[in-house]
Design a protein around this ligand. Sequence first.
Ligand SMILES: NC(=O)c1ccc[n+]([C@@H]2O[C@H](COP(=O)([O-])OP(=O)(O)OC[C@H]3O[C@@H](n4cnc5c(N)ncnc54)[C@H](O)[C@@H]3O)[C@@H](O)[C@H]2O)c1
Length: 453
Amino acid sequence: MDPHEARLRTRAISRRHFLRSAVGAAGAGWMMARSARAQDAPAATPGADPLHVAIIGTGVQGRVLLKDCLKIPGLRFKAVCDIWAYSQRYARNTLKKYDQLVSVYEDYREMLEKETDLDAVIVATPDFVHAEHALACLQAGKHVYCEKEMAHTLQNAASMVAAARNSGKIMQIGHQRRSNPVYRYALEMIDKDNVCGRITNCYGQWNRTAQAKLTWPPQYIIAPDVLKKYGYDTMDRFRNWRWFRDFSAGPIADLGSHQIDIFSWFLHADPASLVAVGGHDYYPDREWYEDVMTVYEYPYKRDGKSSAVRAFYQVLNTNGFGHYYERFHGDQGTLTISEDPRKCYYVPEAGRELPEWMAGVEPAERDGYQAVLLPKVLANKSAEAAAAMGLCETKSIHQWHLENFFDAVRAGDKRRLTCPPEAAYPTAVAVLSVIPALEAGEKHRFKPEDYQA
Ligand SMILES: NC(=O)c1ccc[n+]([C@@H]2O[C@H](COP(=O)([O-])OP(=O)(O)OC[C@H]3O[C@@H](n4cnc5c(N)ncnc54)[C@H](O)[C@@H]3O)[C@@H](O)[C@H]2O)c1
């Protein structure tokens, strides 16, 4: 499927359907899942068989996904796979509190061989093994939820698109903003309500305070032969995989993939070119560029007219000011969005009035401007939007995306997914092209066929 078609198909998911299923699932789920006790686990829909689920990789993100899954009705964990005893123990003990007794594996191959009745597998391992794990699960006939960045090479990312397509199974990539109602309504505000007018520039950043490397409890050192079996040579590189070229495409992929995905999704286009600069002079003990700045040029169409949009993105690992958000600048206003609701706001251009449907929302000061905060504005927009905003107060950012995945699995309908691999692949192309452009010191021009897997 070409990227344009994939994008249209992703958009064709009825927003009404998406929100109805997500709001419904949450209504059943979140209230019952606030304390970690077995009797509090949400019940499946009467008459529906539980979906049997396993997870590969129960580190920081795997645990977040696991806990969010426990808030979704009708899921039954059967197995956990991780090469590290520390992560295995955490996951097994968490699940035990919900009476979900699981088999624990070190090797995903053994898990797939023995756990024949799994419906779906969540992959939350380091990026360099996503393709290996996702492909094995698809080949074993399982549906797959795979974390972003979908792969650390384009070749691996393309193999995932092909494998998902050929398997007929459902695969969701973990760009969770695509299921977040704040983002979905923000896009509606730009596309239908025209709050920004003609967009001319975008800005995005993920700034993080300088951090020391991760360590490990001495009693949880992995034996050298086990590390080697799974591609690691030291505990340091195993724990700090994000900083090494063998395992990750670096911070621009790790963090930028989330936000560059938003540029492309909101502009309904893929970048035509990029330039990038970066430095790796702050951390002598790491391989990747800690700070990267990039400018993409996007083709842009509005009201039948073609123009260009420049999108600046930066990732900093040496200063955390402003943290993370994306911003859309247009000739009628500026919309700022983030997974942090406090950073979601709209400011009209000087001399422009707020749209009528925003009137009555009390303005708040942001960056010296009179702004309206998105959660408040959206609560005013429609009953459906108000219900979604209410749920956002209690539901985590990942739960929406997991619910979308399991909804598609239950329906056997991949068209319901908000981020199938066909939608994630063009973002992988845009993001994984940054380092080659940076190292070549040249403007990189994309060809339309680059975005086809
Ligand atoms: N969507 C998001 O917002 C988000 C946030 C954080 C991380 N992530 C993604 O989640 C993934 C995991 O990141 P993390 O922060 O949890 O890393 P982590 O290092 O904390 O956890 C990785 C886990 O995978 C295990 N592991 C490593 N190799 C394995 C193998 N071959 N087989 C089985 N288990 C293996 C490790 O023991 C560890 O428990 C990455 O792809 C990352 O990009 C996504």
